[in-house]
Design a protein around this ligand. Structure first.
Ligand code: PLP
Length: 347
């Protein structure tokens, strides 16, 4: 990390993160509410997210792979970390240290863990997404013979939609949970939390909504944005009618206008879908994105902000449902694409 501020930063709102978890936890009723912190906490920084959510009372955390678990190190006593992609042969030396539990997905993973006399583990059941997990209608009793299951889980394929598969998956998981012993049962992601008690079982596993994503209409108004990209102005310039702006001259000025050139681009996850569509703000003034987003630069119309100057900071409009509609990216992509060049500033 350089010893001086970068020209772009993420303002990360601790109070919003905690309030989103508290809402999801309240919606989860008597079920515990965990947190998916894979992909480095959806781009915010997994360590910082875990510290804040643990203070708020969250106990159960989920990463995708063992390199992510190793980067976090052993969590404090009372916290649990699960590795969703299970355990490969390459992962075994680390997995056997007990810094996290594998979520076993395949008969091969189950056999590997059993043969190594690994400790407590989780198991994923595939109830219809046809992605990771043991088939729900397999002979689980013999597959899991001798395995002590901490959390038995499944994952919804369509929870952000009203789709018949949701209830099918819920019924299949209820069936499995009735016959397969485990300490705890878990089905719902962020969107699944919105479906109410029949989907909650003992533990919910939201990710997106913690970070300000709105997974379903029911969550709108309850979930607060957490991430605001803030970018420094590198140059201010005036252009006259008829001049073109940016790569490929996709915007031609129809009147005299003032532009600000900002230190952010598609290499920072602000992808080209925002070209001629995105919005930034400074001091309550809206400034539309003009022309193509470049790799490292962005041009906005700052005609309405006469005092905006080189070195000033502006906020990118990054409320996730709206930014997704503007850019054609999913709310998940908007978070996980945020690159390594931002300072991450928790307030
Ligand atoms: C990513 C993930 C979650 C969290 O999903 P969101 O839609 O972000 O809430 C929960 N469970 C599993 C297995 C996941 O892979």
């Amino acid at each position: 990390m350089p010893s001086f501020p970068a020209p772009l930063r993420l303002r990360l709102d601790s109070a919003a993160l905690i309030s989103n978890w508290q809402w999801l936890s309240a919606q989860s009723g008597s079920a515990r509410c965990g947190a998916a912190v894979k992909a480095d906490g959806y781009g915010l920084g997994a360590r910082a997210v875990i510290d804040r959510l643990a203070d708020a009372g969250c106990r159960d955390f989920f990463v995708a792979s063992w390199p992510e678990a190793e980067a976090l190190g052993r969590l404090d006593t009372g916290l649990s970390l699960s590795v969703l992609h299970g355990v490969r042969e390459e992962d075994m030396p680390l997995a056997l240290t007990g810094i996290a539990r594998p979520v076993l997905n395949t008969p091969t993973q189950v056999a590997r863990w059993r043969d190594a006399a690994g400790g407590p583990c989780d198991v994923m059941i595939d109830t219809g997404i046809n992605r990771l997990g043991l088939d729900w209608d397999a002979d689980l009793a013999s597959l899991l013979d001798g395995i002590t299951v901490e959390t038995l889980m499944s994952h919804l394929a369509c929870a952000d939609q009203d789709h018949p598969l949701n209830d099918v998956q819920r019924q299949r998981f209820a069936h499995v949970s009735a016959i397969q012993p485990a300490r705890c049962y878990s089905l719902a992601n962020s969107a699944g939390v919105c479906f109410g008690k029949p989907y909650h079982f003992d533990l919910t596993r939201p990710g997106l909504a913690l970070y300000g994503g709105v997974p379903r209409e029911e969550a709108a108004g309850h979930i607060t944005p957490v991430v605001t990209p803030q970018i420094q102005v590198l140059q201010r310039r005036r252009v006259s009618t008829g001049e073109s702006i940016g790569y490929n001259a996709t915007f031609v000025a129809t009147g005299d206008m003032e532009l600000a050139v900002l230190n952010v681009g598609y290499a920072d996850g602000y992808l080209r879908g925002f070209s001629n569509r995105g919005l930034v703000r400074a001091g309550g003034v809206e400034m539309p994105v003009i022309g193509r987003v470049s790799m490292d630069l962005l041009i906005v119309d700052c005609s309405a902000a006469p005092n905006l100057a080189e070195g000033d900071w502006v906020d990118i409009d990054y409320a996730l449902p709206e930014a997704a509609a503007q850019s054609g990216l999913s709310q998940y992509e908007l978070l996980t694409g945020l690159g390594r060049r931002y300072d991450r500033l928790w307030v």
